[in-house]
Design a protein around this ligand. Structure first.
Ligand SMILES: CC(C)(COP(=O)([O-])OP(=O)([O-])OC[C@H]1O[C@@H](n2cnc3c(N)ncnc32)[C@H](O)[C@@H]1OP(=O)([O-])[O-])[C@@H](O)C(=O)NCCC(=O)NCCSC(=O)C[C@@](C)(O)CC(=O)[O-]
Ligand SMILES: NC(=O)C1=CN([C@@H]2O[C@H](COP(=O)(O)OP(=O)(O)OC[C@H]3O[C@@H](n4cnc5c(N)ncnc54)[C@H](OP(=O)(O)O)[C@@H]3O)[C@@H](O)[C@H]2O)C=CC1
Length: 429
């Protein structure tokens, strides 16, 4: 892809936007064909994806522009129903690229499979027996899914914990075996579950206990992605607010989220506004990512901000976001849903690690977009102006009337359905 910087992209028609993306070599012929198809998810494909299908449920696919990550240009596919999210991501990516772009990294892709064992007569002996048999357990797990080993992945390590040892615990004592598995470019849930299920009889024999649950953990804290950005204050200047005022406002907003779970949840919802749309567009399991992200935000015992914001010695605003990112570029519905394949095509991410890094960069951008708006004009100005189009449609406006009604709602600063209905009736008369 040549560039992700396409000024005024949003002012174009959908057809023209597709052409502009073709011009910068954002997608292949196949992706273009899927995108332009009247039925991007054929009903018979949908019918094979889940149960009791009666139709499909389309959502808008937008593009986050201006993303420069580790020196590479990205046009980011984003599937979301909420207005202003895509605009905000592009807005911040435009600012950050002027400061050199986002820097990201990812750990090795190690996921966790859990095996729960109860009823051991001696839990410490059982733990020791499992640890002693580590190599044999890894070998057995890998034998149950040899293709992932051929790809360079597979089970690598185990760990054993005893839970509820304290006599005052209201729960029964149990032993939990963690199997650490490199799932390569797949999210890996099915790979992991196959492996842990295969180990159950051996684990029972070694521990003398009974195995109950054998399932992956969505707290994928060995499969992390991290994004940072450093923004000089002059790039943050907004209207009458100086760059320093915006920077300091962002720090105040961050400190609020860092110290109050009521605020942290909303702050983090704003981060997931950026993360979920990319996870969904690329056919990944957003419930898994959501669950892992929120649990990671509470890893020190208190639910807090997923991001950190600080000021460096030169007075720049520095942001960081690190999250578990259990996503893949193969597997699950990714190779089944034609739009997921097209989205990955647009993104040009060639590994799960690369995809996970783009996702956290978008999350960080989204957080800064919301905090910048909240610390200056307030969220309503930018967000509601874009939401006014949905309000006009909800009030019954169609065609050209959508634009007329939404502009009027912004002008009179009354962006609500009741007022929009009045306007629609007036214009139709
Ligand atoms: C909406 C903006 C970006 C306007 O901000 P602006 O300053 O008016 O933007 P601009 O006109 O200067 O344009 C700058 C760039 O932004 C993009 N841009 C600008 N407008 C559009 C558009 N219509 N469609 C697509 N892209 C747009 C575009 O890339 C453009 O560059 P250009 O292409 O012109 O060179 C800003 O007000 C903003 O970021 N607001 C925050 C919006 C937001 O966070 N929405 C999330 C929903 S609220 C929520 O759910 C979360 C929350 C807020 O509760 C989280 C929390 O509390 O922390
Ligand atoms: N708690 C949770 O989060 C749970 C989630 N799920 C679901 O599981 C699904 C994800 O499971 P997952 O195991 O990823 O999907 P799959 O079961 O589709 O497994 C991925 C497949 O991709 C193939 N593959 C091809 N190339 C590669 C590569 N480079 N790296 C790795 N694998 C490759 C592998 O087959 P081969 O090597 O043979 O070619 C493997 O079978 C999602 O749909 C998710 O919703 C399911 C249960 C629980």
């Amino acid at each position: 892809m040549q560039t992700s910087r396409i000024p005024g992209f949003y002012k174009q028609t959908v057809t023209k936007r597709r052409e502009l993306l073709k011009n910068v070599e954002a997608f292949t012929e196949e992706a273009f064909h899927v995108l332009s198809s009247p039925e991007p998810l054929p009903l018979d494909t949908a019918d094979n994806m889940i149960e009791n299908v009666i139709g499909t449920f389309p959502l808008p696919l937008g593009t986050g522009l201006n993303f420069l990550i580790n020196g590479k240009e990205y046009i980011v596919p984003m599937v979301i129903e909420e207005p202003s999210v895509v605009a905000s991501a592009s807005h911040i990516a435009k600012i950050v690229r002027e400061a050199g772009g986002f820097t990201t990294e990812a750990t090795e892709r190690v996921m966790i499979g859990q095996i729960q064992v109860v009823g051991c007569t001696d839990f410490h002996k059982a733990k020791a027996a499992l640890l002693y048999a580590e190599d044999a357990l890894i070998e057995q797990a890998n034998a149950s899914y040899p293709s992932i080993v051929k790809r360079g992945g597979g089970a690598k390590e185990i760990d054993v914990r005893i839970l509820n040892e304290d006599a005052t615990s209201s729960y029964q004592q149990m032993l939990v075996l963690h199997l650490y598995i490199n799932t390569c470019d797949a999210m890996g849930a099915n790979i992991i579950n196959t492996m842990v299920e295969s180990l159950a009889p051996t684990v029972e024999a070694l521990t003398g206990g009974k195995v109950y649950l054998r399932i992956l953990s969505n707290l994928a804290d060995r499969c992390l992605a991290r994004a940072t950005c450093t923004v000089p204050p002059h790039l943050l200047k907004t209207g009458d607010f100086s760059g320093e005022e915006v920077r300091d406002g962002v720090i105040h907003a961050y400190e609020f989220a860092a110290s109050d779970p009521y605020r942290a949840v909303t702050h983090n919802k704003g981060i997931m506004n950026g993360i979920d749309p990319v996870v969904i567009a690329t056919g990944n399991d957003w419930r898994a990512v959501e669950a892992g992200a929120h649990a990671y935000a509470a890893r020190d015992g208190q639910y807090t901000s997923m991001t950190t914001w600080s000021v460096d010695a030169e007075g720049n605003l520095v942001g960081e976001l690190e999250l578990p990112m259990s996503v893949g570029i193969v597997g699950g519905s990714i190779n089944v849903h034609p739009m997921a394949k097209a989205a990955l095509d647009i993104l040009h991410a060639s590994s799960a690690q690369e995809l996970s890094q783009v996702i956290v960069a978008v999350g960080l951008a989204q957080n800064l977009g919301a905090l910048k708006a909240l610390a200056t004009d307030g969220i309503q100005k930018g967000h509601m102006a874009l939401h006014s189009r949905s309000v006009a449609i909800a009030a019954g406006a169609t065609g050209e009337l959508i634009d007329i009604v939404s502009k009027k709602l912004v002008e009179i600063n009354e962006i609500r359905v009741g007022k929009a209905k009045e306007l629609v009736e007036e214009y139709i008369k």
